[in-house]
Design a protein around this ligand. Structure first.
Ligand code: ADP
Ligand code: MG
Length: 279
């Protein structure tokens, strides 16, 4: 069981909005060699705004209905942007399935990134309309892409502070995102993150965590989505955003209640002090 010093550190962290599920995570946090981090909803608000789209009216109704069933921030943004659309004529009997890290599907209709489609479909017809640095989801059936919705998100102000602080302490920060290369590159450069990978699926995120562990390194992972949950569960230190999907929080050792990454670094410092006391 946890020592009084560990309990005091946990209590101090809790007052600062960082919940530790046990003493082990508090003691381990400052031993972290690598911090893998998700992008959407973690380094960014995940508070997307629709900036442009091209989808037929009838298809758009389906999309809005489908995104109502999604827990992804993109879903919420699409529902919000088209909240005045009348959905009464949409077929409510067909189930909507969330494809983790890729999109949503209802019958023959798919909304998501190109790899979400049953047969990979290159959205080349739309390329000229798209701004690379926006997150774009495509709408289509099993045979072709019929439209798109582009969304913009913003970096949380505390992300830059926290990442720099971790880097200064020798933690290797690696961005792992399911989003496209251009968006990943832009966020990485804005936050001075040297290592990033785009187009990551849930299993790819786990692979990174396991690779670090194979090298006997302590791997931290921070995320907010269902797509992050497997990597959060496998990391030595899983850290979830309080605004995230409940499965992300259930899979983690630490929860950042108010999403303030600066407070995570504060807890890391508590962990450092604690280990100096113990050693
Ligand atoms: P990140 O790893 O940065 O948090 P995600 O893995 O959550 O990103 O999402 C990766 C991509 O999957 C999104 O950029 C989007 O293209 C697609 N996607 C995920 N969920 C949805 C959804 N509900 N509707 C449409 N597209 C989605
Ligand atoms: Mg995310």
């Amino acid at each position: 069981s946890a020592t009084p010093a560990t309990l005091a550190a946990i209590s101090n962290a809790a007052k600062n909005g960082i919940l530790f599920k046990g003493g082990a995570a508090m003691e381990a946090l400052s031993t972290m060699d690598t911090l893998y981090t998700d992008k959407t909803g973690t380094l960014t608000y995940g508070d997307f705004q629709v900036v442009s789209y091209q989808v037929d009216d009838d298809l758009l109704k389906e999309v809005v209905y489908m995104e109502q069933q999604s827990s992804h921030p993109i879903g919420g943004a699409i529902v919000q942007a088209f909240k005045d659309i009348d959905l009464t004529r949409v077929d409510h009997s067909e189930a909507v399935e969330e494809i983790a890290g890729k999109g949503v599907k209802k019958g023959a209709i798919t909304v998501g990134k190109p790899s979400a489609f049953d047969t990979y479909t290159d959205p080349q017809n739309f390329r000229s309309l798209l701004h690379a640095a926006n997150t774009t989801v495509f709408v289509g059936n099993d045979h072709e892409i019929l439209g798109y919705i582009s969304l913009a998100d913003q970096v949380r102000p505390q992300s830059a502070y926290a990442i720099k602080a971790f880097q200064n302490d020798g933690v290797d920060v690696v961005l792992l995102t399911g989003d496209n290369e251009a968006v990943a590159k832009e966020v990485a450069s804005e936050l001075h993150i040297d290592h990033y990978k785009a187009g990551m699926l849930p299993e790819d995120k786990i692979a990174f965590v396991l690779e670090s562990q194979d090298k006997d390194q302590v791997a931290g992972m921070i995320g907010d989505g269902i797509n992050d949950a497997p990597a959060l569960a496998n990391a030595d230190i899983g850290i979830a955003m309080g605004s995230g999907a409940s499965v992300a929080m259930e899979s983690s050792d630490i929860v950042i209640v108010k999403n303030n990454l600066a407070k995570l670094y504060f807890s890391y410092e508590l962990s450092k002090k604690l280990n100096q006391l113990i050693l």
